[in-house]
Design a protein around this ligand. Sequence first.
Ligand code: SAH
Length: 421
Amino acid sequence: MTANRDNTIDIQLTASPEAEGKAVSGVAPDATSQALPGAASAAPRKNIFDLDRTQLEDFFEGVLGEKRYRAHQVMKWIHHRYVTDFDGMTDLGKALRAKLHEHAEVRAPIVLTEKPSVDGTHKWLIGMDPKNAIEAVFIPEKGRGTLCVSSQVGCALNCSFCSTGTQGFNRNLTTAEIIGQVWVVARHLGNMPHQRRRLTNVVMMGMGEPLMNFDNVVRAMSIMRDDLGYGLANKRVTLSTAGMVPMIDKLGELSDVSLAVSLHAANGELRTELVPLNKKYPIAQLMAACERYVMRKPRSSITFEYTLMRGVNDQPEHARQLARLMKQFDNATQMKDAAKVNLIPFNPFPGTRYERSDEEDIRAFQQLLQQARVLTTVRRTRGDDIDAACGQLKGQVMDRTRRQATFRKMLAEQGAGEAGV
Ligand code: SAH
């Protein structure tokens, strides 16, 4: 990467030794030699990564004049065998391949760097266009492998404890850019749906607010759950939201993925300080939307995420407020354990005014909830050494808000220099 006079950074869309982390290796030539994302082309060709099964079938029928089932062959080549060059799709006839070349392309995002952590976590910096990059993280655990996917370049929300928030916002990711993250990681793992399952879960918990990029996120999640895509069960795809109330309802109508809600405080005043979106959609409205979501499906549940910050929201009174809210939720839905709590010890980043809660306080907080019979887990931090933990994903954002500049200025005043931005 090179620094410009205006303090922005140009991303080189090729693996570069100067780029931080391990330079890219093992990237198939078909992925690296493609036109740069966003490059102008004479006759725009459809990027097949942008289409879910129905759309691709429509494309085959409507644009190519082919049988709909041919679309299935192409999906399998791309998502199961990681072939992006039509000429490598050997069960397609020559004439069809020629038509595909003319009207379509399979344009994967470009991996800029990747970094393995000592604990097995792996982080990718993926270029989305010449000025922007996002991060995706894979977390292997016993019996499962979870990929944390980004939905936007930066984030338009401004949660006070989130590192992505300090970078401001540039744009929504396309469906291709979202599913492309899954493709990059699945290929790295040699994942084969139903045979060699390395990728078992996807969480939309990377950069961005997924419900502010609704259509592209829902379409990408449909490819994740499709047998011709990544074959993940509905409950193994989780969308995490800061609380976009109307979109929670819309999601319930169209999809039945697992829902996680970033609560972080059970009283309105404190929540507004941490998650400013609370001003627009206060807790009562949020909980009502969550009730509607969970009531659609018997035996389902919602995970409420609660990041624990020392002296801010980690005291016994906060735990009691949270327990009360969770019990109200179970009662309103008349379902046992409809609410689950996931406590996340705060992950610090340069310039933040918050600190991680003490172990003792985390344990006491969890105990209080458990005594109130609220199912509570603690998310243990992974990928700490490579800044891959929750809220630490940064990427490279050409900010369209003034937030990044303001944060840099604040850091400079604190004498923290450019670190962490
Ligand atoms: N916009 C979505 C996804 C964000 S990231 C949402 O708000 O849910 C996923 C989770 O990590 C959220 O619960 C978020 O609040 C939490 N998080 C953000 N910054 C964090 C930090 N520094 N430490 C711990 N958790 C953090």
